[in-house]
Design a protein around this ligand. Structure first.
Ligand code: KIV
Ligand code: ZN
Length: 524
């Protein structure tokens, strides 16, 4: 049995998905959930990208990278890794962000395909070799553990790739990560690429070889598996497969593949698979990327049986149509955990177990909402609690907050909405508007106060749990002018209220990332 290290890059490559940017509190919550899941390495971000990214990585390093897992003092905290281009400044920024972790690791990269050398880097092969040696040595002077990635390895000349990797090992790299950056290779090719590296690169057997596959042709998991079977010891993946373009290899798919086919593959991981569904929900909420119902392992239909023949078979014997047990991925943990008589302490404890740390005012507000929910809803599940608490982690110190919403709509006439918001100065603002439906009217009324015109790119509604009394969760994606798209989500038993919260959260994101002077003008 060979133990495979799982590196999760949801907070770095995953966050590069269009409009998936996360706030620092959201990143911290994701990192906590990943630690609970048992990932070996968390790639926490790209500190040179912005002061906010640096601060988020530093916080994850100092908290998640140092704390033993709740209730598991025997388990050491995950390695915290940060990305850096092959520039001294980036590498220094990565180091200063992660040095608070018990086990820090710097990840630096430089492209090796002729295409990238000629058109992007405008460097010769000799220059690339010299730069890799110098930058890995620089990183090594700061940190013992250094990962090097030859970007676009999947389309690089293998002989040149071997040369570069040998230089990286010589300079002190402890992990060689082989990316199929554009998801171009096929499993037999990618497996052969890894086997060739193990075979031909001096010192390759003494370091960890890692695979990092993108899903442009839907082959990321298949390619990662091929690489692992050829000798790689680490897989870089993201939860729900989020990432650049079509995304990265999905953590839950690869992990359940290794587990389900373990007798044939002989590969294991340290992942607590019963956490997979809850971590998938944490990521989906933090990025406002809904999980498609037919998504392998964590989709709503992954264990649903619709046709009579299948239902009959499963009732007679579960394994007739199920190759994994729902409870193995946490899919049957929809039990009632708290009721309307539960106290604040039990509520906070349960949230902490779910990886959501709320304190002070935020805890009091979330508890108040829980009481209201417990009155309205027959059973309050873990998923409800996480959705409810998510609304309390304001992306930026209370910008605009929804205080009241009244809507009139129906089959005749226009819908009308009246909203009351608390503005950033603590004042109350009321506006009414008409629209083609209740959500349209609500959004127009909010816009009349916030005055932040955005294009609504996506609007999704999902039920958090089953039943007519389920919490509805709305996620929206918006864009202001030519800026990067951003998102917001909100949950409530009333989906128009959830829609208003989601829209307001997205607008707060947009406002929070503007330069301060512009916000003062906008508010005036
Ligand atoms: O896909 C890629 O090449 C990357 C590198 C930075 C490792 O994400
Ligand atoms: Zn990548």
């Amino acid at each position: 049995m060979r133990r495979i290290h799982i590196l999760d890059t949801s907070l770095r490559d995953g966050e590069q998905a269009p409009g998936a940017s996360m706030t620092s509190p959201e990143k911290l919550e994701v990192a906590r959930a990943l630690a609970r899941l048992g990932v070996d390495i968390i790639e926490a971000g790209f500190p040179a990208a912005s002061p906010d990214d640096h601060a988020a990585v530093a916080q994850i390093a100092a908290e998640v990278g140092r704390e033993p897992l709740r209730g598991r003092p025997d388990v050491q905290p995950p390695v915290i890794q940060a990305l850096a281009r092959a520039h001294e400044g980036d590498i220094d920024a990565a180091w200063s962000a992660i040095k608070g972790a018990a086990r820090p690791r710097i990840h630096t990269f430089l492209a090796t395909s002729d295409l990238h050398l000629e058109h992007k880097l405008r460097m010769t092969r000799d220059e690339v070799i010299a730069k890799v040696g110098a930058m890995v040595r620089h990183a090594k002077r700061l940190c013992d553990a250094v990962e090097f990635s030859p970007e676009d390895a999947g389309r690089s000349d293998p002989a040149f790739l071997h040369q570069v990797l040998a230089v990286a090992i010589e300079a002190g790299a402890t992990v060689l990560n082989i990316p199929d950056t554009v998801g171009y290779t096929m499993p037999d090719e990618f497996g052969a690429l890894i086997a060739g590296i193990v075979e031909n690169v001096p010192g390759a057997r003494e370091v960890v070889i890692s695979v990092h596959c993108h899903d442009d042709l839907g082959l990321a998991v298949a390619n990662s598996l091929a690489g692992l079977r050829a000798g790689a010891g680490q897989a870089e993946v993201t939860v729900n497969g989020i990432g650049e373009r079509a995304g990265n290899a999905s953590l839950e798919e690869l992990v359940m593949l290794l587990r389900t086919r373990e007798p044939v593959l002989g590969l294991t991981t340290g992942i607590d698979t019963t956490q997979l569904l809850s971590v998938s929900k944490v990521i989906s909420r933090a990025t406002s990327y809904p999980v498609p119902p037919n998504k392998a392992v964590v989709g709503g239909n992954a264990f649903a049986h619709e046709s009579g023949i299948h239902q009959d078979g499963v009732l007679k014997h579960q394994r007739t149509y199920e190759i994994m047990k729902p409870e193995d991925v946490g899919a049957s943990q929809t039990k009632l955990v708290l009721g309307k008589h539960s106290g604040k302490h039990a509520f906070a404890e349960r949230l902490a177990v779910l990886g959501v740390a709320l304190e002070g005012e935020a805890l009091v507000r979330a508890f108040g909402r829980f009481k209201v929910l417990a009155d309205r809803k027959r059973a309050v599940h873990d998923a409800d609690l996480v959705a409810l608490a998510a609304g309390e982690r304001a992306p930026a110190p209370d910008l605009y907050v929804l205080e009241d919403l009244q809507v009139a709509c129906g089959t005749a006439g226009l819908a009308t909405a009246t909203v009351r918001l608390r503005d950033p100065e603590g004042g109350q603002r009321v506006q009414a508007a008409v629209g083609t439906g209740p959500v349209d009217a609500t959004y127009k009324a909010i816009q009349a106060i916030v005055l932040t015109p955005v294009e609504l790119l996506e609007f999704n509604v999902n039920a958090v749990t089953e039943g007519i009394d389920a919490l509805g969760e709305v996620s929206v994606r918006v864009r202001e002018g030519d800026e990067r798209a951003t998102h917001g989500s909100g949950a409530d038993t009333d989906i128009v209220v959830a829609s208003a919260k989601a829209y307001l959260a997205a607008l707060n994101h947009v406002i929070a990332r503007r330069p301060a002077a512009q916000n003062v003008e906008g508010a005036a």
